[in-house]
Design a protein around this ligand. Structure first.
Ligand SMILES: C[S@@+](CC[C@H](N)C(=O)[O-])C[C@H]1O[C@@H](n2cnc3c(N)ncnc32)[C@H](O)[C@@H]1O
Length: 438
């Protein structure tokens, strides 16, 4: 159950997801306004979409990696300087990283936040399948660096994160009660459990329950522990690389205020849906003003902006704008970027997986091209994909269509009785597409 929303902070727009580069977005925030920061930046920021959707294979040489590490630290440094500026004196920052660059990140954080403000290096351990025939141990942990912004005062709610003592500890304690604890040999053990060590065994986001399908998604339990330990109800939590919004959901669940930033419009839409579905939080400007609900700001909305976003983001934007479902595969999509399932289509049992309702028979393919003018060859390859998939209607989205392309769409209809609906970005933006979708 999610905690009920309270009024948004008067200084800041909380319960807000900002779409954009966090360097620009952070610069708009006032000094010392955030109680707790968690970040989980992608290792290679030039390929944000790959990292958000999962980098399948990593085969880079040492030189490549060295260059990547340098680029990564150069990318992270100005952002961490901004994060230090917006953090309250009593606040904390948790920086999530892994073996790729953790040593370099620690040096950078020591420089920015101060060595004596370092509190913990948390090792998050998990398990999962490894590839057979490996010649080294499996890499199954991440590192989270915790820095407080002061060496005297910071929040640590030990009681909120206690875990049960081991059976052995419990069996050995002598019931000589001192305060709220028991004496075991010379040690005091707390009746409510122990404060966890700095290594945490937490399962990767469980499939089915909270798993959204994004490999970079972190488990809610991980974020809940950080937020419970290092913030208090109604404090402001910021995640400046918020992905599919795990930190925001955890903060909302725990009655904290929150701000999320992500450069990917797709990620922003995914997390907005998650907040609506999981937290039952309405995405509504009016309700948000009244202290309920949340909003997403700065999503790209003009043709000019849409021309500049990465092709994969553009495809997602276009498919989602049409009410379709984007293909997750970035390569080998065989000329189809997404599918629309008309409201009237019903699940069928006619597929290979007899007995399972796992796909719909009626769907329309969507092809997206982020180019100025779609030409005849583009239409030709979409036609081939439609014929291969035995589809009689499909949608093609781009900025403009050449007259050759339009002639081919007509010819295709006359030849094969198949319809290709050409849609321009302008038409989608003006929301004048309802008739064409019918
Ligand atoms: C590893 S994912 C975060 C996953 C997140 N912790 C979760 O549980 O869903 C990193 C995110 O950082 C975003 N990102 C990359 N560069 C960014 C930038 N300059 N500004 C804001 N977000 C950025 C990516 O779009 C991606 O969604």
């Amino acid at each position: 159950m999610c905690a009920s929303s309270r009024k948004s902070s008067s200084l800041l727009d909380t319960r807000t997801i900002f779409c954009g580069d966090n360097l620009d977005q952070l610069r708009k925030l006032p000094d010392a306004c955030i109680d707790l920061i968690y970040i989980d930046p992608p290792f290679n920021s030039n390929r944000t979409y790959e990292v958000f959707w999962g980098e399948s294979k990593e085969k880079r040489s040492f030189d490549d990696r060295h260059e990547s590490t340098r680029a990564y630290i150069e990318f992270m440094r100005p952002r961490c300087v901004e994060l230090a500026r917006v953090l309250k004196k009593t606040g904390s920052i948790f920086v999530h990283c892994d073996w790729h660059a953790s040593h370099y990140v620690k040096v950078m954080l020591d420089q920015i936040f101060g060595e004596n403000h370092f509190r913990n290096e948390i090792v998050w351990c998990y398990t999962g399948p490894g590839s057979p025939g490996m010649r080294q141990f499996m890499r199954k942990h991440d590192v989270i660096f915790w820095y407080s912004n002061s060496s005297e005062e910071w929040t640590f709610n030990a009681d909120a994160v206690r875990v049960p003592h081991s059976q052995k500890t419990k069996a050995n304690y002598k019931p000589g009660l001192i305060g709220s604890g028991f004496v075991e040999a010379d040690h005091l053990i707390h009746a409510k459990g122990k404060v966890p060590e700095d290594w945490w065994q937490i399962a990767i986001a469980p499939r089915g329950k909270e798993y959204l399908g994004y490999p970079t998604q972190k488990p809610l339990a991980l974020l809940e522990r950080i937020i419970k330990a290092s913030s208090n109800p109604n404090d402001i939590v910021l995640d400046a690389f918020c992905g599919c919004g795990t930190a925001l959901v955890a903060a909302q669940n725990l009655g904290r205020q929150w701000i999320g930033i992500d450069i990917s419009p797709t990620a922003c839409r995914v997390m907005a849906k998650r907040l609506r579905d999981v937290c039952r939080l309405p995405e509504d400007e009016k309700l948000w003003r009244a202290g309920r609900g949340f909003i997403v700001r700065d999503l790209p909305w003009s043709e000019k902006q849409l021309r500049k976003i990465p092709p994969f983001e553009f495809e997602n934007w276009a498919v989602i704008a049409l009410g379709g479902i984007p293909n997750k595969a970035q390569v080998g999509d065989m000329g189809i970027d997404g599918r629309i399932y008309p409201v009237s289509s019903m699940p069928t049992r006619s597929g290979k997986t007899a007995g399972e309702l796992d796909f719909m028979d009626v769907w329309y393919p969507i092809q997206v091209k982020q180019k100025d003018k779609v030409g005849r060859p583009d239409i030709d390859s979409f036609e081939a994909a439609m014929l291969r998939e035995k589809r009689t209607k499909g949608f093609f989205i781009s900025f403009e269509f050449s007259s050759d392309a339009m002639r081919e769409i007509d010819a295709f209809f006359r030849r094969e009785h198949c319809i290709i609906v050409p849609l321009t970005v302008q038409e989608i933006l003006e929301e004048s597409i309802a008739m064409k979708l019918a």
